[in-house]
Design a protein around this ligand. Structure first.
Ligand SMILES: [Zn+2]
Length: 287
């Protein structure tokens, strides 16, 4: 994928001294292995057995923490089929074992089982102990607040979201503020442009669009800042919002300077409408 992040500070790019290796245990398959010091593992297949990257390993650690309440590799645990886990286009390296360990559904935006996280179907509301939402929101067109709101709707009270998105510490620079739809179009000379439609009715063509890596033409959309991400999580009603800044080299998790994993929980009690009875009593002087 294209990481639209500032370059790493020089000190983190220093080549490791020859022979510097780190011993690690995979958070998914519990395999012991070693890898060279001084590399970021966020998107690198670092486990030689299951192919987990640092991000995949981190997701599985947080899911295990939410379900089992302890920091042990998934494959050291017993399956717990009572745990309802929902993924949004999860990667197979963890989707496959989750299917064996939990009551797990991997959902998709474009194919069944479908889940539009901005507007979840009633069948999906209030069902998940854990919802994994990793590297999805940078593809959400327009209002990302509704995507955080929808995530909260899918969780049970007290349920956990395990979240990641490419984000930067400075204020976000959204490529197309107000965008509601887009259509890629290939010109006679082979170049691809994108026709854009905005909420206020404006139409525009981007002659040099940036596409996300991977299959198909997926336009790079919002670039989150740390502040915008926290503001939108808070506005949705999440509690216990934690950005997991620490590297865990012993688990093969070594972050680049930015874009760490985030966990947040749905409140135990859903917000209730104002208690009209009490209000009426007070208005009548009986409260
Ligand atoms: Zn592994």
């Amino acid at each position: 994928m294209t990481m639209t992040e500032p370059a790493a500070p020089a000190e983190t790019r220093t080549a490791p001294a020859a022979g510097d290796v780190i011993a690690a245990t995979c958070p998914i398959c519990a395999t012991d292995y070693s890898y060279p010091d001084g590399i970021s593992t966020r998107e690198r297949k670092i486990c030689p057995n299951c192919g987990a990257s640092g991000r995949s390993g981190s997701i599985v650690r947080h899911v295990c923490q939410a379900i089992y309440g302890e920091d042990k590799p998934l494959f050291s645990q017993q399956p717990r089929k009572s745990a309802r886990v929902i993924g949004l286009s999860d990667g197979m390296v963890y989707a496959k074992p989750f299917g064996e360990y939990f009551n797990y559904t991997n959902t998709f935006y474009h194919k069944p089982p479908k889940l539009d996280i901005r507007d979840p179907e009633p069948d999906f509301c209030g069902i998940a102990d854990v919802l994994i939402n990793s590297e999805v929101f940078e593809h959400v067109i327009g209002d990302t607040q509704s995507a955080f709101d929808g995530t909260l709707k899918v969780l049970k009270p007290g349920g956990t979201m395990v979240f990641s998105v490419p984000f930067v510490n400075r204020e976000g620079s959204e490529h197309y503020p107000g965008l509601t739809d887009y259509t890629p179009r290939t010109l006679d000379d082979g170049r691809t442009v994108v026709d854009l439609v905005f909420a206020d009715g404006r139409r525009k063509t981007d002659e040099s669009p940036k596409f996300h890596g991977g299959p198909g033409l997926t336009l790079e959309l919002p670039m989150f800042s740390r502040k915008r991400m926290l503001d939108e999580l808070t506005a949705a009603g999440f509690v216990d919002i934690t950005i997991h800044d620490d590297n865990l080299p012993q688990h093969g998790i070594v972050w680049p300077p930015l874009s760490r994993m985030v966990t947040a929980r749905a409140p135990q009690e859903p917000p209730r409408p104002a208690r009209r009875g009490n209000l009426l009593s007070r208005m009548l002087g009986r409260g």
